[in-house]
Design a protein around this ligand. Structure first.
Ligand code: ADP
Ligand code: MG
Length: 324
């Protein structure tokens, strides 16, 4: 099978994603021309997924297309931005039509769900690597930053972190689960749902925000550091899904929730005076988030259990560390 680069782009990517009136020139010219609304700031993010590093070799192409976009949408969500446009740089070992059509379908479904247009990209041959750049906007000076937190702010996380790490372990045959739990957890790794709507709403409530991609504890610590403070997380408040708890037990579930990766949830801080308004106006049961702790003056990130500090290594809870 041989497919020219032109045919490939035309067939799989020209109509991939939403149609938007603000795309003056999209795929087909040397560069895209985009109409940025007045009074808005442009928010840009780019992320690459490399086969064998960010997803297992042989992953379902629809999942690769979905995730390549989802991880970027999650970055925009963390800034409180609304996504508008994306560029896609694809490096492919070969132009396999069934792979390309599934990949494009996975990308397009998520793009359309967020009214995002694919406006350009690049296609090269080589080891499988997918780079997506997303562009979105936010009202001037209204973006959420990692650095806006203060000691005393309440700390929250969306969703149930840890699911995706378990899902990946199931994908890789490192973890077994009952059928229904396995399906749920695999889906959480393969098709993460970036919290774009929540991020936009949080502009009115949050003092700081970060997306959770490398483990909740580490990413919360990054938010704390950027805000010039520390983080205290209450172990018992860390939300875990029933499916995860059933599969690995409550203890290991919380550990995965704190240290697993690939969650693409939002971790955000809220000034104490704004907490009641947040809880009333964005009901946690409906929006899917929970309070997990606070920001504090002392640097570092601690997990407290019954008042005692637990020791976690980056790779997980260290059961054998002697207290210092
Ligand atoms: P150039 O040689 O100028 O880089 P290309 O032949 O690479 O042009 O691309 C032609 C058009 O197709 C450009 O508008 C480019 O943005 C778009 N394009 C190329 N690859 C992709 C892709 N994987 N997804 C979306 N658009 C693409
Ligand atoms: Mg090119």
């Amino acid at each position: 099978m041989s497919l020219s680069e032109f045919d490939l782009i035309d067939r799989y990517f020209r109509a991939c994603g939403a149609k938007r009136a603000d795309v003056r020139v999209g795929i087909g010219d040397d560069a895209a021309i985009l109409d940025c609304p007045a009074g808005m700031e442009l928010v840009a993010a780019v992320d690459s997924l490399v086969a064998g590093v960010h997803f297992p070799h042989g992953s379902a192409p629809a999942s690769i297309g979905h995730r390549a976009l989802a991880v970027n949408l999650s970055d925009l969500a963390a800034m409180g931005a609304r996504p508008a446009w994306a560029l896609l740089a694809l490096t492919l070992p070969q132009a396999d039509e069934s792979w390309l059509s599934e990949f494009a379908a996975g990308f397009a479904a998520l793009a359309r769900a967020h009214d995002l247009a694919l406006v350009g990209g690049d296609t090269t041959s080589g080891p499988l690597c997918v780079t997506v750049q997303v562009l979105g906007h936010v009202p001037r000076s209204a973006a959420l930053l990692r650095s806006g937190g203060r000691a005393g702010d309440a700390l929250f996380v969306s969703g149930t972190p840890g699911d995706a790490a378990a899902g990946l372990a199931i994908e890789q045959g490192r973890l077994a689960a009952a059928n229904d739990a396995a399906a749920y957890l695999r889906e959480r790794f393969l098709y993460p749902a970036p919290r774009v709507a929540l991020g936009e709403c949080l502009r009115r409530y949050a003092s700081a925000c970060i997306d959770v991609s490398d483990g909740l504890l580490g990413d919360a610590a990054k938010l704390g550091r950027a805000s010039g403070c520390g983080v205290e997380i209450t172990y018992g408040e860390v939300p875990v899904s029933q499916e995860l708890a059933r599969t690995v037990g409550e203890e290991r579930a919380r550990e995965l929730a704190l240290t697993g990766g690939d969650d693409y949830e939002l971790c955000f801080s809220v000034r104490p005076a704004q907490v009641a308004r947040l809880l009333a106006e964005l009901p946690p049961q409906r929006w899917g988030y929970a309070r997990i702790g606070s920001l504090r003056g002392a640097p570092g990130a601690d997990v407290l259990r019954d008042g005692a500090v637990m020791s976690f290594s980056h790779s997980g809870y260290d059961h054998f560390k002697t207290p210092t």
